[in-house]
Design a protein around this ligand. Structure first.
Ligand code: ADP
Ligand code: MG
Length: 262
């Protein structure tokens, strides 16, 4: 599904990703954990093609295609979905209009017909109910006045409607209380399928109690320094990042407390 090889990326001339290699197979759920400032959000933005992130080396292949050569909207149409750490508010654009426009734009790029109004509304109602979001919120401006938890639920509603091939979820668990965490985790689990892969970027082990990853990777100083199974997340929870950093020879981490996700 996704092959990242020796990826290097810079912001304003400063190298953030520094030789990151990661391979995600069809249907797999991978978790990336790492201290604040290690490059987790940068990786998600580089995969989505956000402006301002210069790729200075390496390659990313998505289902055999050169992902880095594609424009952001082409990546989305090809099935790459990015759930933001900090979802944006779009005043004046209703959530429903936004979602329907995004869905139909992606369909058009794939040569598919628009979703009918009735078909779309039905899917939107199911997705909102699944995520425990009042349907009235779907008629309001995108994320405007939404609580942190509502914004994260809304990200999952977008994902459920867009049905991506690869979901990159950046700290989807941040700002969620335990009930909302469970709802969001159920949403992620519901979308698990053999032809969809998920990259969960998270600061915490707690999401991984509910969404069992196939593989866990530790990102530090812009590269994957250690990979393992779900037990690696438990080790990080118990030990923090400092010891793994020392073992990996990484000296410049800012090992912020686990509870203050940035
Ligand atoms: P994480 O998500 O792991 O906390 P980020 O990818 O957000 O880390 O940031 C990685 C590094 O890049 C940090 O040192 C951060 O200060 C820097 N950085 C992130 N965004 C910008 C930006 N827009 N301009 C300059 N530096 C940035
Ligand atoms: Mg981040």
């Amino acid at each position: 599904m996704l092959e990242i090889k020796s990826l290097r990326a810079a912001i304003d001339g400063k190298t953030i990703l520094d030789g990151l290699t990661l391979s995600i197979g069809d249907g797999e759920v991978h978790a990336i954990m790492g201290p604040n400032g290690s490059g987790k959000s940068t990786l998600s933005y580089v995969l989505a093609g956000r402006a301002g992130y210069a790729v200075t080396g390496g390659s990313v292949t998505f289902n055999g295609a050169d992902l880095l050569a594609m424009a952001p909207h082409q990546r989305a149409a090809a099935g790459v979905f990015l759930g933001f750490q900090y979802p944006v508010e779009i005043p004046g654009v209703s959530n429903l209009l936004f979602l329907r426009t995004a869905l139909n734009a992606q369909r058009a790029l794939r040569g598919e017909a628009d979703a009918s109004g009735a078909e779309f509304m039905k899917a939107a109602k199911v997705a909102a109910a699944d995520m425990g979001l009042d349907f009235e919120m779907m008629k309001r401006s995108v994320n405007q006045g939404f609580s942190g938890g509502e914004k994260k639920r809304n990200e999952m509603i977008q994902m459920a409607l867009l049905q991506p091939r690869l979901a990159v979820l950046d700290e989807t668990d941040s700002g969620l209380d335990i009930d909302a965490l469970r709802v969001v985790a159920d949403g992620i689990n519901r979308l698990r399928s053999p032809d969809r892969s998920t990259l969960l970027i998270t600061h915490y082990q707690r999401l991984l109690d509910h969404v069992k990853p196939d593989h866990v990777h530790v990102l530090m100083a812009g590269r994957i320094v250690l990979s393992g199974g779900p037990e690696l997340a438990l080790r990080l929870e118990a030990e923090g990042y400092a010891r793994i950093a020392a073992e990996a020879g990484v000296t410049n981490i800012t090992d912020a407390p686990m509870e203050s996700a940035a």
